[in-house]
Design a protein around this ligand. Sequence first.
Ligand code: NAI
Ligand code: A1CAB
Length: 291
Amino acid sequence: MTTNESTAASLRDMRLCFYGAGSMAEALIQGLTKRGLIAPERIGVMNRSNGGRLAELAERYGVSPLHDTGERLAWLREADIVFLAMKPKDAGAALAALRGVVTERQLLVSVIAGLPIATIGRLVGENVPVVRTMPNTSSTIGLGATGVSYSQNVPAEGRAVAETIFGAVGMTAVVDEPLLDAVTGVSGSGPAYVYYLMEAMIDAAGQLGLAPEAARELTVQTVLGAAQMMRTTGGDPAELRRKVTSPGGTTEAAIAVLDESGFPDAVRRAVARAAERAGELGAIMERSASK
Ligand SMILES: NC(=O)C1=CN([C@@H]2O[C@H](COP(=O)(O)OP(=O)(O)OC[C@H]3O[C@@H](n4cnc5c(N)ncnc54)[C@H](O)[C@@H]3O)[C@@H](O)[C@H]2O)C=CC1
Ligand SMILES: O=C(O)[C@@H]1CCC=N1
């Protein structure tokens, strides 16, 4: 058995607990269950108060909804991996409740934007191994992009399991922890920039008279094709753009409008601002953790 096969086999015997059951948790649950990485009932889901949401996830994916406090505590204690998947503003209180509950035998996997490994350690105890990640919602369909960093005490098997999980729902890049804020700006928030561009393209197509379905399908295929071209050819995006742009033609006219509107600079500033915001959220969480 290869290392990958034995890691996948040990993952199948594990229990996972999602602490926070929102969009990002669902993206990972869907990716993991649809790929058959683990039996769905081995995944427990809990949230703050919305029992209906847990029932919905149980119905959709077959995961185990954790409604009462005893049940939640038992899963948090016994899970091999606990995913921290609440909003940054809720992280402090949620993590403080884990102190004395999770131990060094488990793995804490955070998907929370900006939350430093040191802050997690301060709240739950320094002995607990932490995997800090920045995934994105495309994990739902196996096309996620996840940045990963480890606390010093994550054992080799823990690293292999984390990379197997995120690798099964897309690609992973292990980076130094400070770079996770940049990953957040590029690929964590990134799908929203692309959707925003697509919203505007569909809108423009409609204004030019295309039927909504045609506007949508032409836009989707264009984005998909452009991404796939870049991947398949390995080409530089500027060069691929040049191949579309005939001198004196339509693309050149369009790019001139984007340049006049400051498009490239706006995108650079948006990515940088998202990364900066991740740092700000981290600092807020660190300040409240050290009070
Ligand atoms: N949505 C996205 O595209 C991405 C989100 N993230 C990160 O994932 C985290 C979650 O984001 P979303 O899923 O979008 O948020 P969401 O609002 O959809 O879900 C948050 C969940 O946390 C639960 N929660 C809050 N406090 C809790 C507590 N004390 N105990 C138990 N559950 C609690 C809520 O009930 C809810 O189920 C955030 O920290 C975000 O930075 C990371 C990458 C991408
Ligand atoms: O907007 C957010 O804060 C989260 C983190 C990356 C994507 N969504």
